[in-house]
Design a protein around this ligand. Structure first.
Ligand code: ST9
Ligand code: ZN
Ligand code: ZN
Length: 333
């Protein structure tokens, strides 16, 4: 397919065809996996993470109280930092690197990698590895943020305890050759810590302080700490709320749901019943730009010649799938 041409799913269940079109991406649900019998391994708390996450959220609350004293430019800057960091996750580690739902040129991959470090959600390699096991073993012990363990666990709890051994066992069998072959991704992994210090915390703080004399306290607690915390929670809501609340028009046999509110905060990533049904669709929804700034961004990148090969599921296939496995809610909506 040429620039921007959509690859259509021909066969109703031909995941293999679309997977092949992307180069065998290991993100398709594996029905053969069974959880191990017997009692679950005990939770092992990671106190360092519990303390740091608590401090971060206290800092974010303090940042909230500072909003009335902040300059308008500082608030605009914080929003810009939020949007850039979010695109580094949605258009970057999610739609490009985890699912290979479109292709990006080197300059765009460099931009998305920088944006990804602003978001500080683990390096792209680790994010992709966790995300592919999330899709392949969704709602089981091998899913890092298994929503069957409740809202809190799938939201933040999974980052505060050691992983279930099956996550690591199954994750090690994933095909990650495409990610390992991406020099930009591996460069970020090598210099991840300094990149986060610089791009998630230092740059967002220094700009308002240097360019419009914002106080250093406000510069740190709003564009860095508060913005970062909101970005994390907006992302985590996809794993928690969008696995619990909403309709299931595409497949009522799976947990992920359509949640427009989550989509609003997560730049288009809350159409989660659609996304788990058709993980290769670059738009993660059938509704184009609606609640979906990320799709608008990818389309703009294609227009500028920086991206190509957007994978899109055809309307016919979507409708057939709705009729076959959906909950019927699309008729009322
Ligand atoms: C964060 C990530 O917040 C959020 C991701 C959310 C995903 C969302 C999905 C929804 C999609 C839509 C996106 C919406 C975006 C919206 C944006 C709007 C703004 N496979 O991990 P370790 C092996 S991060 C294979 O330490 P522990 C591997 O050998 C927040 N192997 O396990 C590894 O070594 P290495 C900031 C795996 O000890 C070794 O095990 N970051 C796998 O159990 C040890 O790995 C933090 O807070 C696998 N899947 O510790 C850090 N996993 O890496 C939090 C592991 O060298 N993390 N292995 O190869 C940690 O501290 C730890 O990971 C832990 C578990 C304590 C949670
Ligand atoms: Zn995904
Ligand atoms: Zn999910």
């Amino acid at each position: 397919t040429k620039n921007g041409d959509a690859v259509m799913e021909k066969d109703l269940l031909s995941h293999e065809d679309l997977a092949a079109a992307r180069g065998m991406v290991d993100d398709i649900f594996d029905e053969t996996y069974r959880e191990k019998e017997g009692p679950k391994p005990p939770m092992r708390y990671v106190w360092r993470n519990i303390i740091l996450m608590s401090l971060l959220h206290l800092g974010a609350i303090f940042g909230l109280t500072l909003i009335p004293s902040a300059k308008i430019q500082t608030l605009a800057w914080a929003i810009l930092c939020f949007v850039v960091s979010a695109l580094g996750i949605t258009a970057g580690s999610h739609r490009l690197w985890s699912h290979r739902s479109y292709k990006a040129t080197l300059p765009l991959r460099i931009f998305l990698t920088i944006a990804n470090s602003v978001a500080f959600q683990n390096d792209i390699y680790e994010w992709v590895r966790d995300h592919r096991v999330h899709h392949k073993f969704s709602e089981t012990d091998a899913d890092p943020h298994n929503a069957m363990r409740g809202f809190f666990f799938s939201h933040i709890g999974w980052l505060l305890v050691r992983k279930h051994p099956d996550v690591i066992e199954k994750g090690q069998k994933l095909d990650l050759s495409d990610i390992k072959a991406d020099k930009v991704v591996m460069f970020q992994r090598k210099y991840y810590k300094p990149s986060v210090v610089l791009l998630c915390f230092t740059l967002p703080t220094v700009v308002p302080w240097y360019f419009w004399n914002e106080s250093i306290v406000i510069s740190f607690f709003i564009p860095a700490i508060l913005r970062y915390t909101i970005g994390l929670n907006a992302t985590w809501l996809v794993n928690s709320a969008a696995h619990m609340f909403g309709n299931r028009p595409y497949d009522q046999n799976i947990n992920p749901r359509e949640n427009p509110l989550v989509s609003l905060g997560a730049l288009g990533e809350g159409f989660h019943n659609y996304h788990h049904t058709f993980p290769y669709d670059y738009s993660t929804s059938e509704f184009g730009w609606r609640f979906n700034l990320t799709t608008a961004f990818i389309d703009l990148m294609c227009l500028l010649g920086l991206a190509s090969d957007r994978k899109k599921v055809s309307k016919e296939v979507i409708l057939a799938r709705k009729m076959r496995t959906g909950d019927g809610s699309h008729k009322s909506g």
